[in-house]
Design a protein around this ligand. Structure first.
Ligand SMILES: [Fe+2]
Ligand SMILES: [Fe+2]
Length: 176
């Protein structure tokens, strides 16, 4: 199928790379980080195509948005808000990503930053300003939204509650 063929062309060299394959060793949302990144990438690619954005950048940045090793809940280096920078650094080291792709990776946790600004008691030692995590492109908002949707799916919260729906609608409204 044409869409799948195009998607594979955009992502093949990353998916087959040994450094990216190593993400299979890391647990993430009850699956492994390799599968999580592939899901976010493919959903980002499809949504960006629908919204007439730069689908290759969305596919690549979606794939590399969590390109780090170790656990996200470690308080030392890999906090919820440090791992985007680490992922962007790794992505630049091993793959030839452009400035927008770098920025998409660095801002993909905007959903978490927004939640933290509403509920500052969540991880209260981690001080942030949500505007510093705001995506700067359409593709950035799409990858952020895709990460949120895929994560909800992966942690098994199939029964999406009313407030979650409102939150998703809010993010989709920003993308427009
Ligand atoms: Fe992440
Ligand atoms: Fe993620």
């Amino acid at each position: 199928m044409k869409i799948n063929k195009e998607y594979k062309e955009f992502t093949k060299n990353i998916i087959e790379d040994e450094h990216f394959q190593a993400l299979k060793e890391d647990n993430h949302h009850g699956t492994n980080r390799f599968e999580h990144c592939k899901r976010v990438s493919y959903l980002s690619y499809l949504l960006t195509k629908m919204l007439k954005g730069k689908e290759e950048e969305a596919a690549v940045a979606g794939l590399l948005h969590d390109f780090f090793y170790g656990e996200t809940n470690s308080k030392v280096a890999i906090s919820y808000l440090n791992h985007p920078k680490m992922s962007a650094k790794n992505a630049k080291k091993y793959f030839n990503i452009n400035d927008n792709e770098t920025k998409i990776i660095e801002t993909h946790m905007y959903h978490y930053a927004l939640v933290k600004s509403i509920f500052p008691f969540i991880n209260k030692d981690e001080k942030i300003k949500s505007k510093n995590y705001r995506p700067t492109s359409k593709e950035g908002f799409i990858v952020c939204l895709s990460d949120l949707l895929v994560s909800i799916f992966e942690v098994g919260r199939y029964k999406i509650k009313y407030d979650t729906c409102l939150y998703i609608l809010f993010l989709m409204n920003i993308i427009k």
